[in-house]
Write a protein that binds this ligand. Structure first.
Ligand code: OGA
Ligand code: NI
Length: 350
């Protein structure tokens, strides 16, 4: 590389310092403005256009008027907190199973191998679609029996979570219809029996337990990642923490906070949809910084049926823009991503 002339070098140095200033500990907090989709808006064209803009831009948007009452959302958060308040040995009794159900302790998930010294400073609880062992469908990697705290320990807990799982799936299906239109597909393209008929839908309660993150030391509530699947709904309490980075290749990376909006879901697209849409729609890097306060959030990851073939969508390719990825089965793709980011279960038996 040619050496820079001194003046140019000075200028570059200055720019670098300005950038560092912007991202240093005293940097003003940058807050993101995201499009907001009103699911009760009768003007579907307006929703499609807002969603499309968001998906081309950063793959994050809010969804409001989604049909889940505020009262019920509050109840789910109350119940979630009750679970995390249990003593650790009680929670460890329902440690995450091979089928991704149950409790994930602090540091279990390690999302950003490059920048994190440990796993994430969060604990979680996975709830999937319940498939009993005598059902042949239970052979599939993400199908299985849910595990629950004993009902004597948390009465009504299971019912609340099952109801939320069910209602949130309806929200995702509605969002999927708008996504389909935004990709010039038939409105029910995704919401069909062979795509979202038997979805891999994983509800994940999360608790960030107040550890202050320090990016300079590689300590994060949740390391930088993009979600693996199709669509994620995220409900959070009112503690700031979630950040997105619109351009992962920018140096330095610019992180913006996403403000929680009471009652809204923050929705983001996952890597599987990015791949499906031939990178027309974006899955965006995000992370969580702890600020010393306890923080609770609820993520709901929805992916198509196990056997759904994720193959470049018909409207996302042309002679000049051929498919960038070969087709892949949904469950094959997802299993690999989970394996890459979660601790080996054997580690807990030692
Ligand atoms: C996730 C995630 C963000 C949050 O679980 O994938 O990005 O605010 N969570 O908890
Ligand atoms: Ni995420």
């Amino acid at each position: 590389m040619p050496k820079l002339a001194p003046k140019r070098r000075q200028k570059d140095q200055k720019k670098k310092m300005e950038n560092q200033k912007q991202t240093g500990p005293e940097a003003p907090i940058k807050v993101s403005t995201l499009n907001c989709i009103n699911l009760s808006n009768p003007d579907i064209h307006q929703s499609v256009s807002l969603l499309k803009q968001a998906c081309l831009d950063c793959g994050f948007f809010y969804v409001v008027n989604h049909g889940i009452s505020q009262e019920f959302m509050d109840e789910v958060f109350v119940q979630s907190k009750k679970f995390f308040d249990l003593p650790l040995d009680e929670k460890m009794k329902i440690l995450r199973s091979e089928k991704h159900r149950g409790y994930t302790p602090l540091l279990d998930e390690h999302l950003d191998l490059e920048n994190q010294v440990h796993g994430d400073y969060k604990e979680g609880y996975y709830i999937g679609v319940n498939v009993p062992e005598n059902d042949p469908e239970s052979e599939k990697p993400f199908n299985g029996r849910n595990v629950w705290p004993e009902s004597g320990v948390l009465p009504g807990w299971r019912e609340t979570m099952e109801k939320f799982h069910h209602e949130a799936l309806e929200v995702v299906k509605e969002v999927a219809r708008i996504i389909a239109l935004a990709l010039d597909l038939e409105v029910d393209f995704f919401d069909k029996p062979d795509i979202l008929g038997k979805p891999i839908a994983i509800l994940r309660l999360l608790h960030y337990e107040g550890k202050i993150s320090d990016p300079s030391k590689g300590i994060y509530g949740a390391g930088a990642h993009s979600d693996f699947g199709f669509v994620t709904l995220l409900a959070t309490d009112d503690v700031m923490g979630l950040q997105i980075c619109r351009d992962k290749d920018a140096k330095p990376q610019i992180w913006e906070y996403v403000t929680p909006i009471k009652g809204a879901f923050i929705v983001n697209l996952g890597d599987m949809l990015e791949r499906w849409s031939n990178c027309i729609f974006k899955s965006t890097l995000h992370r969580v910084l702890g600020n010393g306060q306890d923080r609770y959030s609820i993520a709901y990851f929805v992916e198509p049926n196990h056997d759904c073939l994720v193959e470049c969508l018909p409207t996302c390719k042309s002679e000049n823009n051929p498919p960038k990825f070969p087709p892949i089965r949904c469950s094959t793709y997802l299993s690999q991503r989970y394996k890459d980011t979660h601790a080996d279960l054997n580690a807990y038996n030692k």
